[in-house]
Ligand binder design. Structure first.
Ligand SMILES: Nc1ncnc2c1ncn2[C@@H]1O[C@H](COP(=O)(O)OP(=O)(O)OP(=O)(O)O)[C@@H](O)[C@H]1O
Ligand SMILES: [Mg+2]
Length: 352
């Protein structure tokens, strides 16, 4: 009998998305194929401390509930000891320090293979301005956008507001440069609300990205590395209940409708979307898998708005919905990610 692969499922973390990560992590942990893998739940607390959790803590409602019970019930583990306990890390962290290249860099130094993209591609998946520049360079349509730094905003707020209003009109969109789960995103509908939009994004980053407002059908596609190159699992059309795809729409049961395959996007356009998401995946150097979001505009154009190096992995996520569409059980697709990662890390020369 071959030995089982020891998988550390890493979740929690230090970002605004730690609760989302808890839902992803425990779902991955529950669905790991026990015939092939030996799973270990590894919780990252708010100070980056790592803890191996007993199952009853994995099933707690919030990260705070877990943190209160860590001492006494969980096992603290130092970064450098991780390698003795696991063969590969399944990264179920989201957001800052989790899918932006930071944890990837740490795991590279520790010489532990991990799921998902490497250091640079993860950082690119997080930085909404740099990713747009690279995609634009590859001929991929992205929203028109401008950055506003904290310095510029505090130096001449009136002038900045005028520049943005002249460039984009209203509505326009303000978002933190590097966040996820729609945290800090505002659709600004009039000049009076512009400062609020900008300042709410500054809560999360020192640079704000301002974008033209896109009108059309929103979509999301999980792209997976196959033996013959990256391929989309499927395309999902999103119909949010709110004015846009907010945090609550993403995670509250029943808040938003998702259609896999799309309902209102014509079949021909879906084929174009599939090509564009793969082009975006390649342009940013994603590996293993990624989730690429965009809009199919009323004008018929396909725009890539949000290439992400990771995906939520709760039961209702795009990830499992699209896997099901492709005929894969949660355990199948999770196994697939681990297998791909081991191949990718086995073949690398230096950090991924
Ligand atoms: N330019 C735009 N025009 C219209 N709506 C937009 C635009 N940019 C973002 N949105 C809306 O805001 C939502 C969140 O924006 P975005 O995808 O950039 O944020 P995110 O925090 O990276 O989300 P994710 O959780 O998908 O990583 C989008 O799903 C979409 O509904
Ligand atoms: Mg995103």
């Amino acid at each position: 009998m071959t030995e089982k692969i020891k998988v550390g499922v890493l979740f929690g973390g230090m970002s605004s998305e730690k609760e989302v990560s808890l839902n992803s992590g425990r779902n991955v942990y529950d669905n790991l194929d026990r015939d092939r893998f030996d799973p270990l739940p590894v919780f990252m607390d708010a100070e980056a401390g790592l803890w191996i959790l007993p199952w009853k803590l994995v099933s707690q409602n919030t990260t705070v509930d877990i943190i209160e019970r860590l001492r006494g019930e969980a096992e603290r583990i130092a970064f450098e000891d991780l390698r003795d306990r696991i063969d590969v890390v399944f990264i179920a962290l989201h957001g800052k320090y989790g899918d932006d290249g930071c944890i990837q860099g740490l795991l590279e130094i520790l010489r532990i293979p991990y799921t998902g993209s490497g250091v640079l591609a993860s950082a690119l998946g997080m930085d909404k301005h740099v990713q747009q520049r690279l995609l634009r360079e590859s001929g991929i349509r992205v929203p028109r956008s401008m950055t506003v730094s904290e310095e510029e905003w505090s130096r001449d707020r009136r002038q900045t507001e005028k520049k943005l209003a002249d460039s984009f009109g209203f509505p326009l969109v303000t978002k933190p440069l590097r966040e996820g789960s729609s945290v800090g995103v505002t659709i600004v509908r009039d000049p009076e609300s512009l400062a609020d939009g900008i300042e709410s994004a500054f809560t999360w980053d020192r640079t704000v990205l301002v974008e033209e407002y896109l009108e059309g059908a929103e979509f999301s596609s999980i792209v997976i590395d196959e033996d013959d190159g990256p391929r989309p699992l499927a395309v999902t059309e999103i119909q949010p209940r709110s004015a846009f795809f907010t945090y609550d729409d993403k995670y509250m049961p029943g808040m938003c409708r998702k259609f896999t395959p799309p309902k209102s996007i014509p079949g021909r356009a879906v084929e174009i979307i599939k090509k564009e998401v793969v082009r975006a995946y390649r342009s940013l150097g994603f590996r293993c898998y990624a989730r690429i979001d965009g809009f199919y505009l009323d004008s018929g154009e396909v725009v890539i708005t949000d290439p992400n190096s990771s995906s939520g992995m709760a039961p209702s996520s795009f990830f499992f919905e699209q896997a099901a569409e492709a005929g894969l059980f949660p355990s199948d697709i999770i196994s697939r990610l681990i297998d791909i990662s081991l191949v990718v890390h086995g073949a690398k020369r230096g950090p991924l």
